[in-house]
Design a protein around this ligand. Structure first.
Ligand SMILES: [Zn+2]
Ligand SMILES: [Zn+2]
Length: 281
């Protein structure tokens, strides 16, 4: 605790962020690497293809999108303040925290679902999102492989309905904690659902997303099996919109995409701006 206070006093905020992310990375490694060794679904190496780029994405994905989002979120919150009837936000603000949290989870998931689905269906957005799908071996760290433009877009789609319903407030107000909680839970859960773990959870898989559910989202086993399971945590949203696919015992055999992808981090970050071929989804 004292060490943390000392660091906070002496390190500039950016260096403190890097330090915090390193601590999280060690923690996540200690949790997931042994679990993936013990309960692997697919035999694969820890130092697999693309791991260095994914470590780079880990820092970029954690630092950049939240900083880019500050300005549009503030404008959005200010604009919605004038459009949405004040009574709705007041009513929501008086609900107990657990009810607001549950509502934020469900409403945020609807926004995320459609944002994510559009990144698959709209060719311009797929250019950015295809980077996440280019991984041919899936493990916990693939969670971080995402272009900042892709992350900003889907996060905005998740946050906008939360702002409309008054589940998030402009920066500095007490209700700010809700979107942060939802985002933190979603991020931690994201590492779990990408993990190379063969665990199955029976009926619980209908209630909450699991590695099997999200691994099917990454499959490249054929055109009828792609574009399924868009939800981040709540599979019922896929059920509702007809994109749910989760056979009881089967797992995907292959992962990845058919399009060419630049091998390194810098090339991948640049590729969506140069890429002109018609994507196949
Ligand atoms: Zn996707
Ligand atoms: Zn994924």
């Amino acid at each position: 605790m004292e060490t943390l206070q000392l660091l906070q006093q002496h390190l500039p905020p950016f260096a403190l962020d890097i330090f915090r992310l390193c601590v999280w990375l060690v923690l996540l490694t200690v949790i997931f690497v042994p679990l993936e060794k013990l309960y692997a679904r697919h035999p694969q190496k820890i130092f697999r293809k693309g791991i260095l780029a994914d470590l780079g994405y880990y820092f970029i994905s954690s630092l950049l999108p939240s900083r880019i989002l500050v300005a549009p979120m503030a404008v959005l919150a200010w604009g919605l303040h004038y459009i949405v009837p004040g009574g709705l936000h007041e009513w929501v603000a008086n609900l107990p925290l657990w009810a607001r949290f549950a509502a934020a989870m469900v409403i945020g998931e609807f926004g995320f679902y459609w944002g994510h689905r559009w990144t698959h269906e709209i060719p311009l957005l797929w250019r950015f999102h295809s980077i996440h799908h280019s991984a041919e071996q899936i493990d916990w760290l693939v969670n971080t492989r995402a272009h900042p433009v892709d992350m900003v877009f889907t996060r905005l789609c998740g946050f906008i309905p939360m702002y409309v319903f008054g589940l998030a407030q402009p920066i500095g107000k007490p209700l700010d904690v809700l979107p942060l909680l939802v985002m933190l839970l979603g991020t931690v859960w994201g590492f779990f659902i990408h993990a190379n773990l063969r665990w199955r959870f029976g009926w619980l898989e209908w209630l909450i997303s699991t590695p099997a559910f999200h691994h099917w989202h990454h499959t490249n086993d054929g055109s009828t099996l792609i574009n399924k399971n868009y939800a981040s945590m709540l599979p019922f949203v896929d059920k509702l919109f007809g994109t749910f696919y989760l056979p009881k015992k089967q797992w995907p055999v292959t992962y990845g995409i058919n399009e060419a992808m630049a091998p390194g981090l810098a090339g991948q970050l640049l590729q969506p701006f140069l890429y002109r071929k018609t994507p196949s989804g």
